[in-house]
Unconditional design. Structure first.
Length: 234
């Protein structure tokens, strides 16, 4: 059985260079009334994209209980962030471009990661395997980033708990590893390959968020900084 804590520790070590930058961006966004609700609505949007991708790719009579549970909880996370976004804004919100931060980059984070997996496994690959790997890699980032966000929220003195969300995201991560193991599809080498792809996409997204805030004071030298991508932002 794969040692999940060791994987989490490895991911954390691999992203140590991003921790201070991420904390600074999150703190800055939460400190501004306007950007606070924009940030929460963007997180809601990203959770919604994740839940939509599950629904779009995992259909038919083969869908199982863990997948339905995953879909339900990701939708719940979108609702959680939407509720707080509307509370901070003081009015209802949708996902219009004007109510989001760097939405094209948020969409591209998922679409480019998914494309990298389709290219890796081939277009005839089992979409269950791609779904499990896609979810696994995103959950590593979600657990890492939401732990930082929870600390920033506490320091800002905001009435906003991520405890339940974090427990569910950790549960998703554990579930994906177990299911890939059970299918005989788990590979540490593949995980590390997709970590590198995701690392670059996260850096790209964080830079776009920072730029939208008018703050570009961090020069990151990271993995795949000069990688060219053959498809457009989607």
């Amino acid at each position: 059985m794969t040692e999940i804590p060791q994987l989490v520790q490895s991911f954390s070590r691999n992203n140590e260079d991003l921790r201070e930058w991420t904390e600074r961006v999150f703190t800055d966004l939460l400190s501004d009334n306007e950007f606070r609700w924009l940030f929460c609505n963007t997180l809601s949007y990203m959770e919604h994209i994740g839940s939509y991708k599950i629904m779009a790719t995992q259909q038919g009579d083969v869908i199982d209980y863990p997948t339905l549970k995953h879909l339900n909880e990701e939708t719940g996370h979108a609702v959680l962030f939407k509720r707080h976004a509307e509370r901070f804004k003081g009015s209802g919100l949708d996902y219009a471009e004007s109510q989001l931060i760097a939405p094209a980059y948020a969409r591209a984070y998922f679409s480019r990661l998914e494309v990298s997996m389709v290219r890796y496994f081939g277009r005839d690959a089992n979409y269950r395997t791609i779904y499990l790997y896609m979810s696994l890699i995103v959950e590593f980032r979600a657990v890492w980033a939401y732990e930082i966000l929870a600390e920033c929220i506490e320091k800002a003195g905001l009435d906003f708990s991520l405890a339940k969300l974090l427990a569910e995201e950790q549960g998703h991560l554990n579930s994906m590893v177990r299911r890939l193991d059970a299918d005989g599809q788990f590979s540490r080498e593949q995980v590390e390959y997709f970590w590198e792809k995701e690392h670059w996409l996260y850096v790209r997204l964080l830079k776009a968020i920072e730029k939208s805030r008018g703050v570009e004071n961090f020069k990151h030298v990271g993995k795949q900084e000069t990688v060219s991508v053959a498809y457009s932002v989607a």
